[in-house]
Design a protein around this ligand. Sequence first.
Ligand SMILES: Nc1ncnc2c1ncn2[C@@H]1O[C@H](COP(=O)(O)OP(=O)(O)OP(=O)(O)O)[C@@H](O)[C@H]1O
Ligand SMILES: [Mg+2]
Length: 401
Amino acid sequence: MTRTGAGPSARLYLRPMFHPHLKIGVLGGGQLGKMLCQAAADWHLHLAVLDPTPDAPASHLCSEFVVGDFRDYDAVLAFGQKADLLTVEIEQVNVQALYELERMGKVVHPAPCALEIIQDKGRQKIFYAENNIPTAAFELFDDDEALLQAVRSGRWRLPLVQKTRTAGYDGRGVAVLRTPEDLQTKRLYGPCLAEEYLPLRAEVAVIAARNAADEVTVFSPVEMDFHPEANLVEMLLCPARLSPFEAAEAEALAERVIRAFDLCGLLAVEMFLTEDGRLLVNEVAPRPHNSGHHTIEAAATSQFQQHLRAICGLPLGDTSMRLPAAMLNVLGAPEHRGPAHYEGVEALLAEPGVYLHLYGKQTTAPFRKMGHITVTALTLDEVVAKARRVRDIVRVVSRPA
Ligand SMILES: Nc1ncnc2c1ncn2[C@@H]1O[C@H](COP(=O)(O)OP(=O)(O)OP(=O)(O)O)[C@@H](O)[C@H]1O
Ligand SMILES: [Mg+2]
């Protein structure tokens, strides 16, 4: 585990937040919010959750559930006024309301100014360039027509990666444009950025945490394997198959990025390791992240508890790994849409070192994230073999077998 402290920065709050009557408001009640509530229960913390879906995954576990839109200024302001401390489990929240809540004396982690940058992939890239954080070469465009012109004029060459500046997630705001035909058929509409297309050796993520005393910890790098059709992470491995030097470099880079954003809480840093050995930051998320789910069973402290420690001004927990682990997403079966039914749960749970998390979403859809499975074993090779064996046991379908 890396643990460092370089003195507090101006933005951080030095008063400890933790006390029995502390009210934490969480914007978003999806699976990340649900697992944050599970961690909060250990300390009997009061978590209020705001989400537009009445039966959102966190709704049954939080202390207080408010149905409302976290993108809406008035909804966030009214919700936040009843809390002492605000945090998020999703980035697409109303930042103006968070600024206002901060002015009213509420503590907001992650900082609204960092959130505002992170919400816009274009501003994120500029932030990296300004802070000397290595990232793929890029250019911003007002719209996709301007990008087209840049290719026609020869300033940009194919292949390239086009990304919409906002509202992209799970690969939906990303298009790899390889041919002139792709430029016509796959081009995404609106303000965007172009990025050099990089041959990748690996995609890794490092989750960093920072508290009000400017203490920083990082979890071991994880390696992501992508599902070719759904463009979702299919299997995640920890520790990532990196050389000790590369792993140390990835950890140091994550630490540098969380300090650059001056964040308190978690920051998941997605990185590319290129075929020619460069480590570049792809994008970040200032919240618990899919790439940290395995920490619940496989690390000394879970990412969810670490986030609570960080935002409440508590000492950060030990991030050492107990065991190598894999995380598999449980996705809705293709061609199934409707009330969710789970097949194969008994067979899966007969396996030792296998942990199932179901998020409780009422309806399934093709490739919807319905849960995840953590697989542990004594060695990473055993983990991979077991994960391959169990990956298809559970199926999420729209009708009982
Ligand atoms: N410059 C690039 N070169 C090669 N591949 C890339 C590049 N940028 C993105 N990709 C591929 O596309 C995937 C999705 O990109 P990115 O993470 O930026 O989008 P996203 O929609 O925010 O994804 P998610 O929500 O799944 O994290 C990456 O994980 C990577 O596999
Ligand atoms: Mg990504």
